[in-house]
Design a protein around this ligand. Structure first.
Ligand SMILES: Nc1ncnc2c1ncn2[C@@H]1O[C@H](COP(=O)(O)OP(=O)(O)OP(=O)(O)O)[C@@H](O)[C@H]1O
Length: 359
């Protein structure tokens, strides 16, 4: 079915084609800048994740993007159209190019699933036959063909969000704006909805801007991430690179839940100066994580290393990981050599301390 929908969906992505462009956008409420000098572009066909804590400015950014909020200064372009100066009437066609998916679904409870999905098409003035055809396609796309006549109250949260996604796609927007779309869902349903978004992105080439406060959401679907803190962009880059080497404190602390930590049982036994084994934290990513790392270490230094904790994950098809290693520490010269090897072959190396006995 997706293949069928493709034929009617997006114009083919041209490389370097920008769907949304914000330049030096500022919006303050009193003394507080909600958005402070934000510049960003969303490229056609990509999934861009914008992450920030509560109050970081995510909602204000969305509102500036769909013209609900006027920036104090700066430029907002949607498909090349500068929208900051448009009146409500001229904003309508621009808004129709942006499909919105909301945290709480925003479905009309008195309307059936098919009528909810058809609503944007009705507003566009499409005929009953056109609407019926498009709704059937969309229901199949989101896997809800058997629920057409149901009411939202008869659906699970995940099913409601599928309806929300189908409705957002109805008018074939050029951008899907997902505002905390999975924040009200349990982890399993979240994964299913994110997989659906990724599928839609891949197969229809649809551009998605994903607003979230959860790094796990970014990890699962985004190509690129922008980290927002107190209205400013503090970090941006391909997701796997930001996960492998976060630079900003906000990013590091938001990633904490996903990055392995030394287990308390080991942390409590750490001695800062002496012990049988050095406990070393090593961060690896990309090519460094693809090499035969342990064999290389043994060959270069002659010492055997123990994996105490951690592992390699896959982010955007790239290996990214944090390992906690135990390196024999009695021979300090050999240990020094091993740490040098690690420094030359990993993204980040830190000797955390020493343990004695079985680690
Ligand atoms: N209409 C408003 N009037 C006054 N202050 C506002 C208004 N809208 C937002 N703010 C302030 O701007 C800042 C950014 O708010 P915003 O709602 O954009 O953040 P957010 O990242 O979306 O937060 P959340 O995840 O909690 O929704 C906050 O300090 C907020 O108090």
């Amino acid at each position: 079915m997706l293949a069928h929908a493709v034929a009617q969906a997006q114009p083919k992505a041209a490389s370097g084609d920008i769907v949304v462009k914000l330049t030096d956008v500022r919006r303050s409420f009193g003394e507080t800048p909600a958005i402070d000098s934000v510049s960003l572009s969303v490229m056609r066909g990509e999934i861009l994740g914008i992450i920030g804590r509560s109050g970081a400015g995510k909602s204000t950014l969305i509102r500036c993007l769909n013209g609900l909020e006027r920036p104090d200064s700066g430029s907002v372009q949607v498909e090349g159209v500068e929208i900051t100066a448009l009146d409500e009437r001229r904003l309508q066609p621009v808004r129709r190019r942006i499909g919105m998916v909301f945290q709480h679904f925003n479905l009309l409870s008195a309307k059936t699933v098919e009528d909810n999905i058809a609503l944007p098409l009705k507003i566009e003035g499409q005929s009953r036959a056109q609407r019926r055809k498009r709704v059937a396609e969309l229901l199949e796309l989101v896997g809800l063909s058997d629920k057409a006549k149901n009411y939202p109250a008869q659906l699970s949260g995940g099913q409601k969000q599928r309806v929300g996604i189908a409705r957002a796609l109805a008018a074939k927007p050029s951008l899907l704006l997902s505002d905390e779309a999975t924040s009200a869902l349990d982890p399993e349903t979240t994964r299913a909805i994110l997989a659906l978004l990724k599928d839609i992105n891949r197969q229809l080439g649809l551009t998605i801007l994903l607003i979230t406060h959860e790094m796990e959401v970014i990890r699962r679907v985004a190509d690129r991430v922008i980290v927002l803190d107190r209205g400013r962009i503090v970090e941006e880059g391909p997701v796997w690179q930001v996960f492998a080497n976060p630079a900003a404190d906000t990013t590091k602390s938001m990633l904490q839940v996903l990055i392995p930590e030394l287990p308390p049982v080991l942390r409590e036994r750490l001695d800062p100066a002496t012990g049988d084994d050095a406990v070393v934290r090593v961060r690896l990513s990309g090519d460094a994580a693809r090499r035969p790392f342990f064999a290389g270490l043994a060959e270069a230094t002659g010492i055997g290393v123990r994996l105490l904790h951690g592992g390699i994950d896959t982010v955007q098809d790239e290996p990214v990981g944090t390992l906690f290693l135990g390196l024999p520490a009695r021979d300090r010269a050999a240990l020094e050599k091993a740490v040098q090897y690690l420094n030359a072959n990993a993204d980040h190396v830190e000797v955390l301390g020493y343990v004695s006995g079985d680690a």
